[in-house]
Every structure is written in C-alpha cells, then in structure tokens.
Design a binder for this molecule. Structure first.
Ligand code: HEM
Ligand SMILES: [Cu+2]
Length: 618
C-alpha cells in the first residue's frame, strides 16, 4: 500500500541547519520566528518614531504650518496605532517567541506552524495598514477610532484600520493559544509552575490577556465594518444604534491592552534585575500572585477611559474603585523589584541601566495614573497633554526601556555577539535625558490647558516653552535610540563573541550555546531549582552544567519546513483588499487560497527531519 509505505519511510537525516531566504519564509522554528518578529517590529518602531518626530516638529512653536490638520490627524492616528499594535505587542511577541520555550526547557512551542501563521498574519496586517498611505489616505480617527469620526461618512482610511487590526488581532489570538498550550504542556522535567521564571509567567498572562481581549475588539471591528460597507447601524444613534457602545467595546480591549504592553516589560525586568543584582528574585510567589491579580483586575476597569462621557457618579465611582485597586498588586511588584536590588552586588551593565532606569519612570507614570483615575480630577485632565505625558511614561519609560534592556541582555544570545558597553551607556543616557525632556513638560502644558490631538496652538495659551522643550527632547531621544541601532548593527559583525553565559546568569537559555541551535537543547534539561543554571553552577551538589533529564539522542527530530502558514496569511490579506475595493472575486480568491492552505495542512503528513546536533552543544 502506498500510504503504508509512506508512513514507514523514515525522515531524512540532515547535518546542518537550514539557510537562505526560502528557509525564512518556510520556517517553523520559534527562534527564527522570534527574529522575524523582532526585525519587523523594530522597523515599525522606526515608522512610529518618524511619525512622532513629525508631530513634534509641527508642535515646536505655536501657529506652525509644517503639517496641516488633516495630515496631523493621519500621522497621529498612525503613530498611536503603529506603536501599540505593530511595534510594542510584536516586540513582546519576539522576545516571548525566542526565549519562553528555552526558559521552560522546551525544544519549540506546541504548534510550530500556528506560530509561523501568527507572524505572517501580523506582517499582513502591517502591510494592509500602511498601504493606506498609497490607497486614498491613512485613517485619521485616532488610535481608538471613535464613532462618529469613523462612521460610514468618514474617509477610506478607517477601512484599513479595521482590516489591518482584524489581521493583527487574529495573529494575537493564534499566538495566545499557542503560548498557553506550550507553557501548560511542554515544560522540562522538574519545571513546575512555581519554578517557572517570571518571564514565562509573563508570557502566560500576556497570552491570557490577548485571548480574552482580542475577540471582543474583533467583533467590534466587524460591526463597524458592516456599518461602513453594508449599511447596518450598530453605532448610529439616528437609526437606533449606540455610538457609546463602540467606546465600551474598544476599551474592553483597550485597557487590558495597557497590561498587554506592561506585562512583558515586567517579565523582562524580573529576569534582568536578579541576574545583575546576583540575588534570586525577592518574593517570587508574591510576584506571581500580583501578576495574576493585575491581569484579572485589568478586565474590570475599562470605563475609566470614559469618565467624561456622562455615565453618572455611581458608575464613575465604581470604575474609580476598581482602577485604584490595581495599584495594590502593582505596588507589590515594585516592592519585589526594589527588594531584589536591596543588598545585591549590582553590576551596572547597559542592560541593567535600562532595567534600573525603568523603575523611577514606571513609578512616576503610575502615580500620574492614580491622579487620572480620580474621576473629578480626570474631568479636568482628560484630553489634555497631561494624559499624553502620563501614558508615555508607561509606554516608553516602562515598556520601551524594558525592551531596550532585553536587547542588551538577550541579543548576544540570539546573535552570538555582545553589544558595545560604552556605546550602550551613551545611548542609555541620551535616551533617558531625551525622554524626560520630551514628556515631563507635557504634564505642565496639559495642566495649563493644552488639549491633545490638536495640530497647533495659540501663543496666548502660554505653553510655548514646554512645547519647545518637548520637541527638542524628542530629537535627543531619537539620537539616543539611533545610537542603540548603530550599536546593534556594529555588533553583528564586530561585537566580541558572547560565549554561552556572558552574564553568569541563572536561567536555562544560558545553558545553550549562543546563538542557540535549532533544537535548543541536545538533551532536555532536568530542572532542580527556580534558578536552574545558577543552582548547577553554584550549589553544593550542582554538576556545573544542566543535568540530562533523558538519554542523549543521536539525531533530533525536527518539524519540516512549510510555506503553508505564509500562504494562509497571504490569502487573508488578499481577501482584506477584496473587501476594501468591494471586489467580490478578489475576496473569494483570497478565501480560496486560505482554504487551500488549511486543507493541505489537514491532509499532509509532516514527517519532519532528523538533525545531527552541533559539536559545541551541551
Ligand atoms: C518614541 C518617542 C515617542 C514620541 C516622541 C511620541 C510622541 C507623541 C505625540 C506628540 C503624540 C500626540 C499627542 C496628541 O496630539 O494628542 C503621541 C500620541 C500617542 N502615542 Fe506617542 N510618542 C512616542 C512613543 C510612543 C510609544 C512607544 C507608544 C507605545 C505604546 C506611543 C503611543 C501613543 C499613543 C497611543 C498616542 C495617542 C494617539 C491618539 O491619540 O490617537 N507613543 N505620541
Ligand atoms: Cu485604562
């Protein structure tokens, strides 16, 4: 029988890992997918950053005319949407993809093909959103796309917002399912849940937040799409719809979103601080409980973004209370980090500088958040630059700083080469000073009454100086970030070789060679402590390296390469354009391509291949 023969044929043995362009297109390796995510999200950071600089250039002095109101609105909307959905979430996905499986001692995620699909869907969403600039104009209704600014009578750009974010939303859901399954099922022997690094807990809760917040938002997007192209009236009050409903549906995703940005940041900080303070994380169990509490509570606070919409004092008070409750577990986390530093032998590497710099900035952003969470104060402060100052302290001081810390900490593991520490410190200080110069004055311009989302302001408002400082600061910040980019590019060719464990670290990724081989671990490690590598290196009965949990395999079974996930994403992207241009045949063609990919995968037996381990691996 042909099928029996096929099933019996053994996978072929390969000596070297895959190389070349096609191997990236067809990869199912979580590390390569992580690198794809990292590169793409860095490019999107660049785009969002250029948009930010354009805005700050326009706002450098009153009555400026570099950008008109229409262009400003588009750039503002694309900046916010890009930073959140195309830069920060995917950059978290990059680090989780590359490192979460290694930190729990697995060879890959549970569903490698689904993982590839999530990357290609993200890329498709980014392409759809950015193609709006060339196809009739970018969306301009703000990153929260409120109706009626985004109703059927607004420009074509909002369709790109809807279709692009549907694609990235699917991408997030797919990743979330994959990561949760991986963490629950694929941990190395000995890696109990309460021995998992906080980084893996972060990946787990990040996934849970995405899994519960992306679907309601996707539903809202589909309803709005129907309003815009099919004549429904879900959000049109004149026809019996409800415009505020959009705000609720948006913020039910939008507030957990804040923690979708912040949880990865906390997860990264919780790995880096102990390593460079040379102490285990203080209060590990408390940190886990705090993270779970914050993630759960984050679904109960969304209407604090709507205090000014006339919900009434009872509702406002209720959301005020839930919001303030979140500050308790968050404060506990800050305590965990401070106590981890306390009495440690701290090494101020560049990674550690960013991780320590994160602390005051995040705390400051949290405190202004408490001010905004006070409904009567928020009625004054909402829609002013105070809010912009507040959330950029979280988004940059909290989130971006932790990502930069992760770059300095983990890039050597990914590329095998260290970054330059001197250049790194220059970059840090420029970024730190530039950031505060940009965003601290915004609190003042906001308090003096400067509204957000205006393309210019009058000299009579008395906020010229603050705006000048903010704009100068933005350029200093940009230079600081470019220094880091230059450092990364330089290190790829000329950086010192990192070796397996350049930081004398604690967790499993440092037990593998740098860069990590395709199969991660030649032998699956046996985990005997919460800081497994540290234990084997320094404990009395440690054996100096990771112990084997099972017998060494001669060759390691790897999943085969496939173009099918990329094809499915391509099909959905084509379908999105079909909907945008109202071309039924194009939408049908895209759907057909998608179905082809799905059915091919259902009936295809992937035998994979056997990879001979590299000589240098454990
Ligand atoms: C890299 C330096 C950055 C600069 C100089 C910058 C600057 C700005 C400026 C000037 C605005 C417009 C305020 C207004 O007119 O209302 C803005 C809005 C915004 N920014 Fe940033 N930003 C930066 C990074 C980020 C990051 C990392 C995020 C990540 C989450 C982010 C998210 C947003 C959002 C969501 C908005 C609101 C957009 C809207 O109102 O629709 N920004 N930013
Ligand atoms: Cu919120």
């Amino acid at each position: 029988m042909a099928t029996a023969e096929r099933a019996l044929r053994l996978p072929e043995v390969r000596r070297a890992e895959e190389r070349g362009f096609l191997s990236w297109l067809m990869t199912v390796d979580h590390k390569r997918i992580g690198i794809l995510y990292l590169v793409t999200s860095a490019v999107m950071f660049g785009a969002g950053g250029v948009e930010a600089l354009l805005m700050r250039t326009q706002l450098i002095r009153p009555d400026n005319t570099v950008l008109g109101p229409k262009a400003f609105d588009q750039i503002l909307t694309m900046h916010g949407t890009t930073m959140i959905f195309l830069a920060v979430i995917p950059m978290a996905a990059a680090f989780f993809n590359y490192f979460m499986p290694i930190l729990i001692g697995a060879r890959d995620v549970a569903f490698p093909r689904l993982n590839a699909l999530s990357y290609w869907l993200y890329l498709a969403g980014a392409i759809v959103l950015y193609s709006s600039w060339f196809l009739g104009g970018a969306p301009d209704a703000g990153w929260f796309n409120y109706v009626p600014l985004s109703d059927a009578f607004s420009g074509p750009g909002e369709n790109f917002y809807i279709l692009g974010l549907l694609l990235t939303g699917f991408s997030s859901i797919v990743s979330a399912v994959n990561f949760i399954t991986t963490i629950l099922n694929m941990r190395a022997p000995g890696m109990s849940l309460l021995r998992m690094p906080i980084f893996a807990w972060g990946a787990f809760l990040w996934s849970a937040l995405l899994l519960f917040s992306a679907p309601p938002f996707s539903v809202a997007l589909i309803l709005l799409l129907l309003d815009r192209i099919a004549g429904t009236a879900f959000f049109v009050p004149a026809l019996g719809g409800n415009a505020l409903m959009w705000q609720h549906l948006f913020w039910i995703m939008g507030h957990p979103e804040v923690y979708i940005l912040a949880v990865p940041a906390w997860a990264i900080i919780s790995e880096i601080l102990p390593t460079f303070a040379r102490k285990p994380l203080f209060g590990y169990r408390g940190a886990v409980v705090a993270l779970i509490a914050i993630s759960a509570l984050s679904f109960t606070v969304w209407s604090h973004h709507m205090f000014a919409t006339g919900m009434g004092p009872v509702v406002n008070d209720a959301f005020m209370v839930t919001t303030k409750l979140i500050s308790l577990p968050t404060g506990a986390l800050v305590f965990v980090w401070l106590m981890t530093l306390w009495g440690g032998r701290i090494r101020y590497t560049t990674a550690m500088l960013y991780a320590v710099g994160f602390l005051p900035l995040f705390i400051f952003g949290g405190l202004t958040g408490l001010m905004l969470a006070t409904a009567p104060a928020d009625l004054q402060l909402t829609d002013t630059y105070f809010v912009i100052g507040h959330f950029h302290y979280i988004a940059i001081g909290g989130v971006l700083f932790s990502m930069l810390a992760a770059v300095y900490y983990w890039l050597p593991k990914m590329t095998g080469r260290l970054l330059d520490e001197r250049l790194g410190k220059w970059g840090f200080w420029l970024t730190f000073v530039g950031f505060n110069l940009t965003f601290f004055p915004m609190h003042l311009s906001g308090l003096f009454g400067m509204p957000r989302r205006i393309y210019t302001y009058s000299p009579l408002l008395g906020v010229d100086l603050y705006n000048l400082l903010s704009s100068i600061g933005a350029y200093v910040l940009a230079v600081g970030l470019l220094v880091t980019v230059a450092n990364v590019v330089w290190s790829l060719r000329s950086g010192r070789l990192a070796g397996a464990d350049p930081w004398d670290a604690r967790t499993l990724e440092w037990a593998t060679p740098s860069p990590v081989p395709a199969y991660n671990f030649r032998v699956i490690p046996l985990v005997r402590s919460r800081d497994p590598l540290w234990y084997e290196k320094h404990a009395a009965d440690g054996d100096g390296r990771m112990r084997a949990g099972d017998e060494a395999a001669a060759a390691i079974h790897m999943p085969g390469l496939t173009y099918l996930p990329a094809l499915l994403a391509l099909g959905l992207m084509v379908a999105a354009y079909g909907i945008y241009f109202k071309l039924a045949w194009l939408a049908a063609l895209g759907a057909l391509v998608g179905f082809y990919s799905i059915f091919r995968q259902m009936f295809e037996a992937d035998r994979g291949y056997l990879l001979e381990p590299r000589g240098d691996s454990e």
